[in-house]
Design a protein around this ligand. Structure first.
Ligand code: ATP
Length: 427
């Protein structure tokens, strides 16, 4: 009960403070679609920026791409998505509601107890038409994952960069899945964002060779979870049993998180072997092999894939950040993730000298960092308000500022205040 409450609290806070709104709300909404508001987009961008910095900018063995959302249908034929990216769907004969069969414990409709039909395979890809004519030849699909565009660009990247094996290609972008049972807020939606890396390694001569890379990424993902403030005591790894592996995978670990609605997948880590490059190479007729410059050996590289959902990451970050201290709600975001790094207040808004000085400080800070101005109500209320959106520091300009050019800087988590010289403010 208490647990369900946490999701309700986060949902309400996110709506009230401008993190996340229901999609198309003025028209009664659109089932399971959500829009990120002014604070939500900052939080989401900060998650993506940190990920990109850590895996692309701070390293020299990973490069990025940003590919088209709609790809040639042959990509999905070859990747196996047209045939294999399906969920078993059952329909209630009485109320016609549809369910994902593998989520149902009972044999009858959970809503009206009606009889369920035999399962049929439902492809999760979103279809549309390229151009004005609706026809089979013009049918295309929105990508259900970002990964395939990395494989199809493999040769381009080899030809245009100086990467040598092992190296990775990273991408952040939208993916679309016509999920049968979306829900649990932003956990499962039909349109979402992914951050994926395909890390290419040489053809392994033994299990140990790929396992070494797999273990590296497993550690790296655990470390990243902690670094962005995800409560790692709620993070669990699930080794997917052989018979449940996706068609392309030889080993997969799901990183699961204790969400208020249960332990569910947050991210995945998969060893995709050379499945994708080999199939695309063979079907397209392009040479997607890698040539080792030293040995001259040509082969299809194998791949380790850390795959992260941006929205699920954001949800886990928000759930982990939520703290309560008496009446005070504090979103204890890591400062790098907080939508605003600093808030600036004049002690009162009807003293022009204070407002002028505070504005000067604000104008200086807002071009250096993400800063917010607030002069409404009393200081206590403004602190409460900033705590609730996770702003790490609040700067107040008071009468003493006018005398000695110092301000108070209040820390979000400890609520302690220090006097700091304006010239020493460092954001
Ligand atoms: P699930 O079992 O929950 O359907 P999956 O195993 O199909 O997920 P992957 O194909 O491994 O998911 O996708 C990689 C990541 O993309 C997931 O770990 C998750 O973070 C995110 N993701 C997948 N589907 C969705 C969705 N419908 N809504 C939001 N995020 C998603």
């Amino acid at each position: 009960m208490e647990k369900d409450n946490l999701l309700d609290k986060i949902t309400a806070l996110a709506k009230r403070r401008g993190f996340i709104y229901p999609g198309s709300e003025i028209y009664g909404g659109l089932a399971n679609s959500w829009d990120y508001g002014p604070l939500g987009v900052e939080l989401k961008n900060n998650i993506k920026k940190l990920w990109w910095k850590r895996y692309v900018h701070d390293r020299d063995d990973i490069v990025g791409i940003d590919a088209a959302l709609i790809m040639n249908t042959k990509v999905w034929e070859t990747s196996g998505h047209l045939d294999e990216f399906v969920d078993p769907l059952v329909e209630c004969e009485k109320c016609h509601k549809r369910f994902r069969e593998n989520q149902l414990a009972e044999k009858n409709c959970p809503d009206c107890s009606g009889l369920l039909t035999a399962p049929k395979q439902f492809n999760l890809m979103f279809k549309t038409n390229l151009g004005p004519i609706e026809s089979e030849e013009n049918t295309v699909y929105f990508r259900p994952e970002t990964a395939q565009a990395i494989f199809t660009n493999f040769k381009n990247i080899l030809d245009t960069t100086r990467q040598t094996i092992p190296f990775g290609i990273a991408q952040i972008g939208k993916a679309f899945r016509n999920e049968i049972t979306p829900g649990n807020y932003i956990f499962r939606t039909r349109e979402f964002e992914q951050m994926e890396i395909e890390y290419f390694i040489s053809q392994p001569k033994s299990e140990k060779e790929w396992e070494k890379h797999f273990e590296y990424w497993e550690k790296e993902m655990t470390q990243w979870a902690g670094d962005i403030g995800i409560d790692t005591s709620k993070l669990h790894k699930l080794d997917i049993p052989q018979e449940k592996l996706a068609h392309y995978s030889k080993k997969t670990i799901d990183f699961e998180f204790d969400f208020p609605f249960g332990r569910e997948e947050l991210w995945g880590l998969a060893y995709r072997t050379d499945f994708d490059l080999k199939n695309h190479g063979e079907k397209s007729g392009e040479n997607l092999k890698y040539k080792d410059i030293e040995t001259g050996e040509e082969y299809y590289p194998h791949v380790i894939e850390p795959s992260l959902g941006v929205d699920r990451t954001l949800l886990a970050v928000m759930l982990s950040a939520y703290h309560k201290d008496g009446d005070r709600v504090i979103m204890k975001f890591k400062p790098e993730l907080a939508p605003y790094k600093v808030a600036v207040f004049p002690l009162v808004k009807n003293k022009p000298e204070l407002v002028k000085k505070a504005k000067e400080i604000f104008d200086d800070l807002k071009v250096k960092t993400s800063a917010i101005w607030d002069d409404r109500g009393n200081i206590g209320k403004r602190y409460f308000s900033q705590d609730e959106i996770g702003t790490p520091n609040c700067i107040t300009v008071d009468y003493q500022t006018l005398e000695d050019n110092t301000v108070t800087v209040r820390d979000r988590d400890s609520a302690e205040q220090k006097r700091v010289k304006i010239e020493d403010l460092n954001y």
